[in-house]
Ligand binder design. Structure first.
Ligand code: AMP
Ligand code: ZN
Length: 140
């Protein structure tokens, strides 16, 4: 299924041109137009799924398999020193395009970003940590 007015549906379809580095029946992999580092690419499923909550388990598994393949390919071709896989879900998590995608970010010692993705660390009280544990333990 495609979604009208979704830019990634149009890119995945080829309706909007992109620098496609890989394509198969299920995915298109393009260079990000506003890259975090040199070589930053995006894995985009051809079907429209808004995010990780919507994407079928099997498609998500295929996306991860493809990410592994591309990480090796990109590292070999670019000679990068490290690699981040990033996948944002929801505005609160920084998602700006609401069609599932996985960021492939080659990292270089001198790429001008901080070594790791940045967040502030919370200092939780033991009870708060226990509360989180009780909420999360035992998956349905
Ligand atoms: P996110 O913030 O996780 O939703 O990531 C969206 C990404 O899509 C950003 O890194 C954008 O630079 C990238 N992007 C948006 N429009 C285009 C486009 N037309 N072609 C390539 N990348 C795009
Ligand atoms: Zn879409």
């Amino acid at each position: 299924m495609k979604e009208e007015n979704c830019i990634f549906c149009k890119i995945a379809d080829g309706e909007i041109p992109s620098k496609t580095i890989y394509e198969d029946e299920e995915f298109r992999v393009i260079l990000d137009i506003s890259p975090a580092t040199k070589g930053h690419a995006l894995i985009i499923p051809k079907e429209h799924y808004a995010d990780l909550y919507q994407i079928p388990e099997e498609t998500a598994a295929h996306a991860m398999k493809l990410a592994k393949k591309l990480a090796s390919h990109m590292t070999k071709r670019l000679g990068c020193d490290g690699f981040n896989l990033v996948q944002n879900n929801g505005e609160a998590a920084g998602q700006t395009v609401f069609h599932f995608h996985m960021h492939l970010i080659p990292r270089y010692h001198d790429d001008g970003n901080q070594d790791k993705l940045c967040w502030n660390h919370l200092t939780l009280e033991p009870e708060e940590l226990e509360d989180m544990f009780q909420k999360l333990v035992d998956i349905d």
